[in-house]
Design a protein around this ligand. Structure first.
Ligand SMILES: Nc1ccn([C@@H]2O[C@H](COP(=O)(O)O)[C@@H](O)[C@H]2O)c(=O)n1
Ligand SMILES: C[C@@]1(CO)OP(=O)(O)OP(=O)(O)OC[C@H]1O
Length: 158
């Protein structure tokens, strides 16, 4: 049995916040804003995993109206959802992620992010792909108003 899921998330830039993407802090002149640490990539991975097991989305499990999740570490949220994936009897087949950002340059950080996601999903690094693209200065990402992320996940029976 295999299950597929997709994820998509967007967070807006805000000055004075750290930029946290894929569980690591990336040096930049501004960060992303949200109720949690606003890790757009880990939210996307979490939504993809939830989609694959038919469990809705991140906001249903961790509402942004709940003070318990204020400034939450998105890695901890993903770990909780991954425990649910494992409870259902699944493990990672593979995941492919795309970060959509005009800036900063993600290439120097991609391998570290890949390793962190593999660790969170209890998988080998070869099962995880992370890539980045600009939108050639077009749209909200191109104007550097925010960052978007996409993910497709395949789960297989453990
Ligand atoms: N924030 C980003 C965006 C892109 N990259 C890398 O640059 C390559 C070219 O991007 P285009 O949008 O011009 O196709 C892309 O393939 C990524 O490797 C990046 O590091 N950081
Ligand atoms: C993660 C949660 C919860 O802290 O808050 P945000 O950081 O605002 O992120 P979002 O992508 O809107 O997802 C759901 C939220 O409930």
């Amino acid at each position: 049995m295999i299950r597929i899921g997709q994820g998509y998330d967007v967070h807006k830039f805000e000055e004075g916040r750290p930029l946290i993407i894929g569980g690591i802090t990336i040096p930049h002149d501004r960060g992303l804003t949200g109720h949690s640490d606003a890790d757009v990539l880990l939210h996307t991975v979490t939504d993809a995993a939830l989609g694959a097991i038919g469990e809705g989305d991140i906001g249903r499990h961790f509402p942004d109206t709940d003070a318990a999740f204020k400034d939450a570490d998105s890695a901890v949220l993903l770990e909780k959802i991954w425990a649910l994936v494992e409870e259902r009897g699944y493990k990672l087949g593979n995941i492919d992620c795309t970060i959509i950002a005009q800036r900063p340059k993600m290439a120097p950080h991609i391998e570290t992010i890949r390793q962190r996601i593999a660790e969170l999903l209890k998988a080998d690094v070869t099962q995880v792909n992370v890539k980045a693209t600009t939108t050639e200065k077009l749209g909200f990402t191109g104007r550097e108003e925010g960052i978007a992320a996409l993910a497709t996940i395949l789960l297989v029976k453990a």
